[in-house]
Design a protein around this ligand. Sequence first.
Ligand SMILES: Cc1cc2nc3c(=O)[nH]c(=O)nc-3n(C[C@H](O)[C@H](O)[C@H](O)COP(=O)(O)O)c2cc1C
Length: 318
Amino acid sequence: MKLSLAPIQSYTTAFYRYAHHLTFNTFDKYYTPFFENNKQNGWLPALLPELDKKLNSQTNLIPQVITNNSVFLICSAEKFAGMGYTKINLNMGCPFPMMVRRQKGAGLMAEPKLLENILTDFYDQMPEAKLSVKIRLGINEPDEWKNIIPILNDFPVTEVIVHPRTAKQKYDGKVNWTEFEKITSVCKHPVTGNGDINSKEDFLELKSRFPDVFSWMTGRGALIDPFLPGEIKGTNYSTQQKKELFRMFHDTYFEIIKQHFPVWNHAFNHIRTFWYYPLQSVKNGQRHYKTLKKFMPENEYLKWSMTMINGTLMNADH
Ligand SMILES: Cc1cc2nc3c(=O)[nH]c(=O)nc-3n(C[C@H](O)[C@H](O)[C@H](O)COP(=O)(O)O)c2cc1C
């Protein structure tokens, strides 16, 4: 069974992935949050530090792009390959209306002809390329994928990651595993399941329902509880181990941020995002996060983080 970390814009940054991998080494694959083309056909965000080799050398990293344009897809794949990343992922799931209106992200789920043209151009230019896609069920209806999977079946796509919600649902509401099941029965490519795997029990339930699916992706659940991927893979952490590992995770992240952002104000902005998800599992987590929203000098922050790691966080329900 393979487990990957879902890309989450602004959170699963190169720094986060680096610290997570060094501390836990529990994910088999990581994806960057999406790159988009800017007006000059460059990459947004900038490719560095996101694809910095020093930050990513230990990980199996797949850069992701969001586009409706084969030229940008080809150009990105070439650029990534030149930097040592031989795989690329196409985002067909982003639900934001601005993207969907521009036929990007989940917008592509309603554009089978456009998708076919993009893939035809792409594979004409790069027949050996390792392209995977991350899809939703559709924009408004949960069966819109029926127009898209046959197109994907016609090309040598390496993997289809499915987040079984519609774009209309954004990130809430029920995950539709019934439609997911139908996709697994018609998709010729290996399928990965993603959505609301928030506990080991969630995972075991899915694993027993879909014994033939060997690849799973966790996002918010793993950000809230960074021990989750290890637990899914069978590790039982003691409270003491959790405390030590979380401290190591934090300190590794803290050090790498300080190296890249020597000015504390800038570093502090990145350190804040580290805490957003873990604090969601804590009683009064919102209040603790609010404290962090106000600027803190470095020594004050270090005291605050110590209290969180040794006390508040470890009393949380995970
Ligand atoms: C704030 C936020 C940002 C996201 N950014 C991306 C992204 O850049 N690329 C992508 O493919 N999915 C993105 N996603 C979707 C996640 O990768 C994942 O599919 C979704 O959160 C469902 O999985 P989960 O329930 O395990 O979190 C984002 C989700 C959230 C909540």
